[in-house]
Design a protein around this ligand. Structure first.
Ligand code: SF4
Ligand code: ZN
Length: 316
């Protein structure tokens, strides 16, 4: 016997253990779109004449984020939507997805900007991974080596922010889903690095820093994947050759296990974190951001993470 949708009598295509609902395709789409709209409205409502930049890698999450922005705001003549793709320079991986991003933005008629690590930093990710990248070690005077994903992420974020600012964007959409958010919160707890995450979560229209908005942060990864599949969106199947992130994989396994036994765990983690952010950010005085002495980008130190990782020196 087919299970019926809780909201109509059509056969259900998904069961949400955390809500107890069976939903048909139409009501599943409505649920995803409602959650994305609500998340945006609660924290960073879209205003008249907003310029919405979307970080668009071509994976399922950013493709869904871009499609949702198009569906929700595409008909508003006062709102400009611009997709920004960063080409890290990873042969056999990113070059394929860049093609797909071009196809999708052309189909939707969305402005599209592609920026590369090579143009911005003089080196591609394939070249950067051959060099050791060191950061400060808070437990000793020695420096410690960081994995490729750590600096890839830092360098990508910097170009995204700069490009979004250059086009006059008022919001930068990031396709992180509920699983990404819950994993990052746990990871930062494990690393004792809650401060950095709180700083950036709370950063609100600071000089030079474009507000990062995550419309999918209340939508589980499985549902983002299903939404992408049902809308025929690009799904990244090739793995990045530099990815390792062993700790994140462990945290992901751990949280997925908890979610099976205790549905709603990921939502609780994100909700708890959101409650803590205003309290911690007040204590930290988050508005106290500086500008990097080397590149001028906003950061919370004298030199930003990207410049530290690229070992750039200040001009004497
Ligand atoms: Fe960069 Fe890591 Fe993503 Fe590869 S998996 S693109 S190295 S962040
Ligand atoms: Zn810098």
């Amino acid at each position: 016997m087919t299970t019926k949708c809780r909201k109509c009598s059509t056969p259900a295509i998904i069961y949400q253990p955390y809500s107890g609902l069976h939903l048909c395709k139409k009501h599943f789409f409505e649920d995803v779109e409602r959650k994305a709209k609500l998340t945006m409205r609660q924290r960073y409502p879209v205003k008249k004449n907003d310029v919405i930049a979307v970080a668009f890698s071509g994976g399922k999450d950013s493709s869904v984020a871009l499609l949702l922005m198009h569906k929700i705001f595409g008909d508003r003549p006062d709102i400009r939507i611009v997709a920004i793709t960063i080409d890290e320079g990873i042969d056999g991986y990113r070059n394929f997805s860049i093609e797909r991003t071009r196809e999708m933005t052309a189909q939707l008629g969305i402005e599209h900007i592609v920026k590369s690590f090579k143009d911005e930093y003089g080196k591609s990710m394939d070249e950067l991974v051959t060099e050791k990248k060191m950061v400060e070690n808070r437990y000793s005077d020695d420096k410690k080596e960081v994995g490729p994903c750590s600096y890839c992420g830092v360098l990508r974020k910097k170009i995204l922010n700069k490009t979004a600012r250059d086009i006059g964007a008022t919001k930068l959409i990031i396709g992180h889903n509920l699983d990404d958010e819950a994993q990052t919160i746990m990871l930062n707890h494990f690393r004792g690095d809650v401060e950095r995450m709180v700083r950036f979560s709370a950063a609100n229209e600071l000089d030079g820093f474009i507000v990062r908005v995550k419309p999918l942060r209340k939508i589980p990864e499985k549902e983002v994947a299903l939404y992408a599949y049902l809308n025929d969106l690009p799904m990244e199947l090739t793995a990045c050759p530099h990815s390792f992130g062993a700790l994140r994989k462990e945290v992901r396994r751990l949280l997925n296990g908890f979610e099976v036994n205790h549905p709603g765990t990921k939502y609780s983690l994100v909700r708890g974190f959101d409650t803590m952010v205003p309290l911690i950010s007040e204590a930290l005085n988050v508005s106290d951001m500086k500008n990097c002495q080397i590149c001028g980008e906003p950061c919370n130190d004298d030199v930003c993470q990207a410049c530290k990782m690229l070992e750039k020196k200040a001009v004497e």
